[in-house]
Write a protein that binds this ligand. Structure first.
Ligand SMILES: [Zn+2]
Length: 112
């Protein structure tokens, strides 16, 4: 079965391998993964996504809310607006102190 369907946005070729997947801290076992031989970005094929989804559902971790938000500029700072439903869920209050840090190059973690 031909697994290479598209090139990576970086222009690299997508290859296929079996890899031990740990998603949201859950060991999902050894599954099929597509990865870019150039930048190393990993992509999960549909079948793998389904297995991961089942695992995460078992642990009650599926459906963690992800939202796309815009960043705003204010002076030299960049502002992030937290959508109301997420703020409500986490019971965020104005003037509350939180900790933020960068995890790797493309993840921002906000600790409460
Ligand atoms: Zn790539």
């Amino acid at each position: 079965m031909e697994k290479i369907r598209y090139p990576c946005p970086c222009g690299g070729k997508i290859k296929w391998k079996k890899d031990k997947l740990i998603i949201e801290g859950i060991d999902c076992g050894v599954l099929d993964v597509e990865y870019c031989s150039k930048c190393g970005e990993e992509y999960l094929p549909e079948q793998t996504m389904e297995l991961v989804e089942t695992k995460l559902k078992e642990k009650g971790l599926w459906g963690i809310q992800r939202k796309e938000v815009n960043l705003w500029k204010s002076g030299n700072s960049v502002l992030l607006r937290i959508p109301k439903d997420i703020a409500d869920k986490l019971k965020l209050k104005p003037d509350e102190k939180v900790t933020i840090y960068a995890e790797g190059k493309n993840k921002l973690i906000i600790g409460l």
